[in-house]
Each structure stands twice: as structure tokens, then as C-alpha cells.
Write a protein that binds this ligand. Structure first.
Ligand code: GLA
Length: 393
């Protein structure tokens, strides 16, 4: 679906639900992380890119204080009407909580919406795929609020407020990677982001004669949020144990692998030790991977992607049989340069760099092997890096 078609669809959803026309249409993309997994909340570097798929929103301010929402993806829910104002966090997994969470987070910064609004949403990301549909919704709402209410906080602050909404309102203790990628993406570039300082560099995603192929396990990730919060808590405890022997340590990812070998024994639990080892090694891999890409060494980049998967599988334990199968099918395919799980894990997608002449065979053969072993289909997407959040109509 083109941007124009998605804009038409979300405008129609708006007109059918609320009557009349939206004032503007916004878009915020999902993301895929190429390498640097489960390091954003450990003060490390990540290397994601924004996608061309994401969330569209048709927006119009209201004269009163109501907020009315509709999603073209869940038409059966109809219009949901909510009172405007500053909200206490709800415990709800409805998509509407992400919208209210952003309004709430903005209000906490003093950016108070003086009216309510009508908002129709249309998402083009596959649902529950780990490609950050929730971050794209948060960043979309913030982008609309900035534009419509004149809140001049900028996209980096918008990303942080989206993260705050998710942490404190929705209750998932995520890092900054997803919202930052959605807010700050650049066409044909990945983002080398230092999650400790939020300094970043857009790096050309020059894959030569290869493409990015994202494969969705289509496995519904059950309990992923609670396991995510648990991993994060384990990392925090491990960091506290290391800080006891190295008081000036700013974060887990500030350690080099050599330093970790020296002081890692301060971590008293073997699971926690492996979690921390993943964070330290993944940080080192990510820095090397970006240098490799900048130096045109795509094979080395792919090797580091594969090593990242192994570490997420064995040390961080956030993979699952479906992701492991897709990764090993990729590794066994001639012409696949690298492949790994991407995002939080426990389901969702793998990301692969595949030579163009091998894409068709990979889709056919890995698709058939996956169906045979797992019993249902995986979905394959050949996608490029897209532009960050913006007004599109
Ligand atoms: C999820 C979170 C991110 C990040 C990844 C793992 O996508 O939202 O902040 O921690 O998992 O790298």
C-alpha cells in the first residue's frame, strides 16, 4: 500500500466515524533493529532504522474537551469516547491507552491540550510483530499534538514522552530505541544511537546488491511484557553488583569485554551474569558492526548479526524455537549475509540481509521449512529504511 492509499483510507475512516474532514494526517513509522539488542536500557548503542510501514492518524481538534478515537484496524470497536484532561494511568492494554498516555505525558511537561480531539488511526505494520507498532502510535500522537497545539518540544523530546507514556502509563518498562527510531528515522539510513546521551548519527544503509528481509514468526508473543520487565530488572541488579566494586561505573554497557572479565564475578547469580555478559558483548558487537558497515565490510556485519542472535538465545534467553528456526534457516541459505531476531523477543521477527539474487529462494525454501516444522506460515517482507514521523496530508 502506498502512502497516498493509506492517507485516503485513514481519511475515509475519519469521515465515516466523525463526519466532515480531518485537519491533517500524520504518519509515524515502526522500526527494525539491525543490531544492539537489549542494550538501550543498559546505556548502550543501538542501530535501528525506521520502516516504511507504521501508523497513520487523521486528526481534528474539537471545540469541547472530549477525545474520540477510532481505528480502521479494529472497526468492530467503533468510536471510543474519553473525557479530556490530565489522566491517571489506566491499567489497560487497549490501543487507546497509548493515545491517552501520550496526552498525559505531554501534560506532565506542561504541554496541556486546551481542547479535545477526534483521531482516526490506521496501522500498516503487521500486528504484534515486534516492529514497534505501539511506539509508532505514541510518536504519531505526539507529532499531531506538537503540530496542532503548537507544542514546540521537538522530535527527540517527543520520543522521550512516548517512552514515558509506555513506562508509566501503559506499564512496559521499555528503553528509548523504538520511539527514537520512529521519531528520528531517515530514508535509506540507520541510526547509530547512544542511548546514554541520545547523541546519534544517521549512517547510510548501503547494502550494495543485498536487501533487508524481515520475517515474522506470526507467533503471538505471550507474556513478553512481563519477561521483558524481568530481564530489565536482572540487568539493574547486575549493574548494582558491579557498581559495588567499581563505584564510578555509569552503566553496564560502559564496560569493555576485558573489564567485564575482570570484575564480572561480582555478579552473584549465574543467570544475572549471563544477562550482563550479553549486554557488554552486544555493545562491543554493535560498535564493530557500525564500523564494518561504514567500511563496506558487509560480511563482517552479517557475522556480528549472527553472533548477536546466539547471545540473545543463550545468554539473554529472549529467543524462542520459532525465531531460532528462522535464524538457522537463514544461516544455512547461500546468499544470506546475516540474520538474527530483532526487538524484544519471545516471538516477533527476524531481520536478515540477503543478496538480491537469493531473496526469492530464501522466501520459498525457508517459508516451506518453517511451515513444515511449526505448522503455520511465516510472513516475509522486503523493506527499505524509511523517513521518521511527519505530516503526510
Ligand atoms: C523492545 C523495547 C526496546 C528495546 C528492545 C530490545 O523493543 O521497546 O526499548 O529494549 O525491546 O532491544
Amino acid at each position: 500500500m502506498t502512502i497516498e492509499e493509506a492517507v485516503i483510507k485513514v481519511k475515509k475512516t475519519f469521515a465515516d466515524a466523525f463526519g466532515g474532514e480531518a485537519d491533517a494526517v500524520y504518519f509515524a513509522p515502526g522500526r527494525v533493529n539491525l543490531i544492539g539488542e537489549h542494550v538501550d536500557y543498559n546505556g548502550g548503542h543501538v542501530f535501528p532504522c525506521a520502516l516504511t510501514l507504521g501508523t497513520y492518524g487523521a486528526f481534528r481538534k474539537r471545540a469541547d474537551k472530549k477525545i474520540r478515537l477510532i481505528s480502521a484496524n479494529f472497526p468492530e470497536n467503533g468510536v471510543e469516547e474519553l473525557p479530556a484532561g490530565v489522566f491517571a494511568p489506566l491499567s489497560s492494554d487497549s490501543w487507546t491507552a497509548y493515545v491517552l498516555g501520550v496526552v498525559w505525558a505531554y501534560a506532565g511537561d506542561g504541554y496541556i491540550c486546551d481542547t479535545g480531539f477526534d483521531l482516526a488511526i490506521y496501522g500498516t505494520l503487521p500486528g504484534k510483530s515486534g516492529l514497534s507498532s505501539s511506539a509508532s502510535l505514541e510518536v504519531l500522537v505526539g507529532t499531531a499534538l506538537m503540530d496542532q497545539y503548537g507544542f514546540a518540544c521537538g522530535q527527540v523530546r517527543n520520543a522521550l514522552l512516548g517512552q514515558k507514556a509506555e513506562n508509566k502509563y501503559v506499564g512496559v518498562n521499555c528503553g528509548i530505541m523504538d520511539q527514537f527510531s520512529s521519531a528520528m528515522g531517515k530514508k535509506d539510513h540507520a541510526i547509530f544511537l547512544d542511548c546514554a546521551s541520545l547523541s546519534y548519527q544517521h549512517v547510510p544503509l548501503d547494502l550494495g546488491d543485498a536487501s533487508l528481509v524481515i520475517v515474522n514468526t506470526n507467533k503471538p508473543h505471550v507474556l513478553a511484557d512481563s519477561a521483558y520487565n524481568e530481564r530489565r530488572a536482572q540487568c539493574e541488579t547486575a549493574f548494582a553488583e558491579l557498581k559495588a566494586v567499581r563505584p564510578d561505573l555509569p552503566s553496564l554497557c560502559a564496560l569493555t569485554p576485558e573489564e567485564f572479565l575482570e570484575i564480572g564475578s561480582a555478579i552473584k547469580d549465574p543467570d544475572r551474569y549471563r544477562r550482563a555478559r550479553h549486554a557488554v558483548m552486544e555493545e562491543a558487537r554493535t560498535r564493530c558492526a557500525v564500523a564494518a558497515l561504514l567500511g563496506g565490510q558487509l560480511t563482517e556485519f552479517g557475522r556480528l548479526m549472527n553472533a548477536s542472535h546466539v547471545s540473545l538465545r543463550d545468554d539473554f534467553e529472549v529467543s524462542c524455537p520459532e525465531l531460532d528456526l528462522l535464524a538457522s534457516l537463514a544461516w544455512d541459505t547461500e546468499g544470506v549475509i546475516g540474520g538474527r531476531m530483532t526487538g524484544g523477543g519471545f516471538g516477533g521477527c527476524t531481520v536478515n540481509i540477503v543478496r538480491n539474487e537469493a531473496v526469492e529462494g530464501f522466501v520459498k525454501n525457508a517459508g516451506a521449512a518453517y511451515r513444515k516444522e511449526i505448522g503455520y506460515d511465516a510472513s516475509f517482507y522486503v523493506l527499505g529504511a524509511g523517513e521518521g514521523a511527519r505530516c503526510v496530508g
